[in-house]
Design a protein around this ligand. Structure first.
Ligand code: GLU
Ligand code: ZN
Length: 292
């Protein structure tokens, strides 16, 4: 039987230090890949060069290495792949699925209040070439995009009503995450996307682009987010534990616990190798909670 090999990936953005929330996604995608004898790739999502923090990429690599992650080959940097994104954009434009958008931030903010953040379609009928500064949006249609998430179950979104035409290249010329991630996952042959549930509602947009570009659709598994005690997403606030070398065992243990794997308490006081050994022997995606 010729089964497609499992290819997973972890795709952090170098916008700061790694924290426990990111570690949870890394641990889940790593264990899932290892448990399927799959490959695990590392991609640095530095497409948004303006948000990049100096030195963050290197720190991420060092910490992942110290925490015991082993990735296949060398890591890929989105900042070096602009030409590939250009090609995909060109293909979408040929298919008449893009348009130039000149809406100001102010206008978008106004309509966001009225329309729940959904783009009002102001520039939809504009054609290329367009000579003023502009963003480029993908023109969505009236379909509902549904997929089965390995943890979250069935998820669907009516793109036009719930999302609207979305930006794939920004006004400043930088490509948007939504396009870059789709191109990279396809070109790297990624078959399984395991990541935080904050990206669950981006997935239909990504599936829309995959279909428009004739790409394969990977399987998806979104893990519950680590939240602040008051329910907000964990961010740079004090609750976000920065990953350091001296708290590796405790953090790996906490990540496994958050993922519902019920690691024995004493494991937090052992070494990194012992934790990984236990985790590989005891990894069950059925134990991952659907909610936080
Ligand atoms: N770079 C994204 C982030 O750090 C993750 C993208 C993905 O896994 O698709 O939030
Ligand atoms: Zn517009």
């Amino acid at each position: 039987m010729n089964q497609t090999p499992y290819i997973g990936r972890f795709a952090p953005s170098p916008t700061g230090d790694l924290h426990l929330g990111t570690l949870i996604a890394a641990v889940a995608s790593y264990l899932q890949a290892r448990s399927q004898d799959g490959q695990w790739l590392l991609r640095i999502e530095d497409v948004d060069t303006l948000r990049e923090v100096e030195g963050a990429s290197d720190n991420i690599l060092k910490i992942l290495d110290f925490y015991g992650f082993e990735w296949e080959g060398t890591e890929v940097y989105q900042s070096q792949r602009t030409e590939l994104y250009e090609e995909a954009l060109e293909q979408l434009t040929q298919a008449e699925l893009t348009f130039p958008c000149t809406c100001s931030r102010k206008l978008l903010r106004q309509t966001a209040n009225e329309l729940n953040g959904i783009y009002p379609g102001t520039c939809r009928s504009r054609a290329f070439p367009f000579h003023h500064e502009h963003a480029i949006r993908a023109r969505v249609d009236g379909q509902t995009i549904a997929f089965e998430d390995a943890v979250m179950g069935n998820y669907k979104q009516h793109l036009a009503n719930e999302c609207g035409d979305f930006v794939i290249r920004r006004r400043d010329g930088l490509f948007a995450y939504q396009l870059a991630v789709v191109v990279d996952d396809e070109l790297q042959g990624v078959t399984e996307v395991v990541r935080g549930a904050d990206l669950l509602d981006s997935t239909p947009r990504q599936i829309f682009l995959q279909r428009a570009l004739g790409y394969r659709q990977p399987n998806y598994l979104h893990v519950p987010l680590l939240l602040e005690p008051d329910g907000r997403k964990l961010s740079k606030s004090e609750g976000a534990v920065k990953l350091r070398r001296d708290n590796a065992a405790v953090n790996l243990h906490a990540a496994l616990a958050h993922l519902g794997q019920q690691p024995p308490a004493e494991l937090a006081h052992t070494g990194i190798d012992d934790i990984w050994q236990w985790a590989l022997d005891n990894w069950y995606i059925a134990k991952i909670p659907r909610h936080n």
